[in-house]
Design a protein around this ligand. Structure first.
Ligand code: GLN
Length: 222
């Protein structure tokens, strides 16, 4: 039995759990708050939130170092927004000068908050390679912008001509929030791709995935 972790230090944590409960049995979804928790999961979701806060807590808990080791061994991670910032190779210095350290495993250069402030957050359709059906409802909240993609990363999600998602093997990074859209296709596609088979179906079909829009609480946390 394989377990899915959600890094649960700050940010969109319950939202990712809810989205995952539409994809795998609830008992297989674990919150990761320590090195030991990280060792007990077979894939990890890095939520959106505040990247400087998440980085500080990752270091304080020792998860940073452990995650770096696991990433070097091919550990699957799907990172959204602040999570993408933390995985990026290069961070363009932000005007505030307050930028987190990064793990450097996704070959992209990004700039934080590049679409503007909280009130400039928006929703827009995203074309995701390999997803069947309608375009994916992208929720962008104080999102980073991908300025450059290096040879080590493959763009696979686009808003118009702009790249909003990249992957490098089992490491996927998105500037938008699939956990806030009510559409489980990306969580499902990620686990299917990295585990090489369809994830186990939840036992009950009833899910509590929010239907649209970020909750006020989720929006307020950034
Ligand atoms: N603006 C946040 C940061 O720089 C990221 C926003 C998000 O995760 N929605 O960390």
């Amino acid at each position: 039995m394989r377990r899915v972790g959600v890094l649960a230090l700050q940010g969109d944590v319950p939202e990712h759990r809810r989205a995952l409960e539409g994809v795998v049995p609830a008992r297989d979804v674990k919150f990761v708050r320590s090195e030991a928790d990280l060792g007990a999961v077979d894939a990890l979701f890095l939520p959106g939130g505040e990247s400087t806060t998440i980085a500080r807590l990752l270091e304080a808990t020792g998860i940073w170092r452990a995650l770096r080791h696991r990433l070097a061994e091919g550990f699957p991670v799907l990172a959204t927004c602040a999570g993408l910032i933390l995985l990026s190779r290069t961070l363009e210095p932000s005007p505030s000068g307050r930028d987190p350290p990064t793990l450097g495993v996704l070959d992209v250069r990004v700039r934080r908050n590049d679409y503007g402030r909280q009130r400039e957050s928006f929703e827009a359709p995203v074309r995701v390679e390999g997803l069947r059906g309608a375009e994916y409802p992208g929720v962008f909240i104080r999102a980073p912008r991908i300025l450059e993609v290096g040879a080590g990363a493959e763009p696979f999600a686009f808003r118009g001509t702009e790249i909003v998602g990249v992957r490098a093997g089992p490491v996927w990074g998105l500037t938008f929030h699939p956990e806030l859209s009510g559409d489980p296709r990306l969580h499902h596609a990620f686990l299917e791709a990295v585990w090489g088979q369809k994830p186990a179906k939840p036992q009950r079909s009833k899910t509590t995935v929010p239907t649209t829009k970020a909750t006020p609480r989720a929006r307020a946390q950034r």
